[in-house]
Design a protein around this ligand. Sequence first.
Ligand code: MN
Length: 430
Amino acid sequence: MKPATPSRSWVESAHEHPDFPLHNLPLGIFSQAGSVPRVGVAIGDCVLDMAEALARGLLQGLPEEVLESVSQGSLNAFFACAADARSAFRQRLLHMLGKDAPSRVEVRACLHQARHCDMHLPAKVGDYTDFYAGIEHATRVGKHLRPDAPLLPNYKYVPIGYHGRASTLRPSGVPVRRPKGQMRPSGQHEPIVGPTQKLDFELELGIWIGQGNPLGEAIPIGQAAEHVAGFCLLNDWSARDIQGWEYQPLGPFLSKSFMTTLSPWVVTAQALAPFRCAQAPRPPGDPQPLAYLWDDHDQATGALDIELEALLLTEHMRTRGLPAERLAVSNSRCMYWTVAQLVSHHSVNGCQLHSGDLFGSGTLSGPGADQCGSLLEITQGGSQPLLLASGETRQFLADGDEIILRGRCHANGIGSIGFGECRGRVLPAL
Ligand code: MN
């Protein structure tokens, strides 16, 4: 029989912590004052040091693959562990940190103040794929380009994606340098090269792949969810002028590859289980997905109810001590495809996924005007400048602007859990 799951932690700051209460327990890679990066778990305002927990014998009895994986400097091996082993690890953490824990003194010795920890990328990402599953975003962007036919005919059949750049993924807090590139200013015949004038953000969910698949073997839709280890927030920085000139016929290239920012904590699939919900039914007239993308259980439970938020803090606001201004609030339920459908589609041709690969969901905008997950949508391509409470206006991002993404889940009877922040400030072009 499983021990009862405690609902409260003895770690004081975890009580009603908006992001990291006891029932979240996200994993990340941290260091302190230049120490070797290692696995940690967020609890309240603290980080539980797994190397220290191992050294003190607090993880004794857990499967060998888990003990091996949490002693490393990245989460790739942990993501590759069997679901049972990852669940056993979570149960142990709940027990150690729950209010009835027998050995608090030992566990307390493994806690660090999060504000004294530096966070790193959680895994060594072999491949990063960005999808386009936010249908409201796809429709608004499409309308801008093709008012009569916003969505291309394949959109409701194929989960659209492109291969992104893994080498320029960075954790929250690393500034983004305004990129240079080739673009063709409107009304001109010839392109120029220079700093982007249309730097934008994209509010996305990041999806961490758990166990991979052998080359040539597709992941069936019914098993796809088991291949997802966890989630984070992802800002797909985009240079719209470079993108507009380069994207046909092969899709985005240098307009996206200069940097992508990730929130450093991995919220596990187990922690998100209470916040799963049914995928919204397809509107009448939309095609039934092909069989390899359809699973009744996935349709009943495969969507995620995560409230997503994007905020802007300008240099002006920062120097005057003004708060960041909310640009958008949206929800991951606006995905036209479930995460399992993305996994299944990615592997249908036999493409191999590895543990620690990363997917982006695509920009997750809602239908409302205050639910737009990019400035491209908010300002309608720059044609309707945004007036900020500080008196400033924006068409696209200015140097010194900082974008802050947040994500939070709420459910009746369970406190909220959150993702922490995904931040990045714009530096001037070199
Ligand atoms: Mn994107």
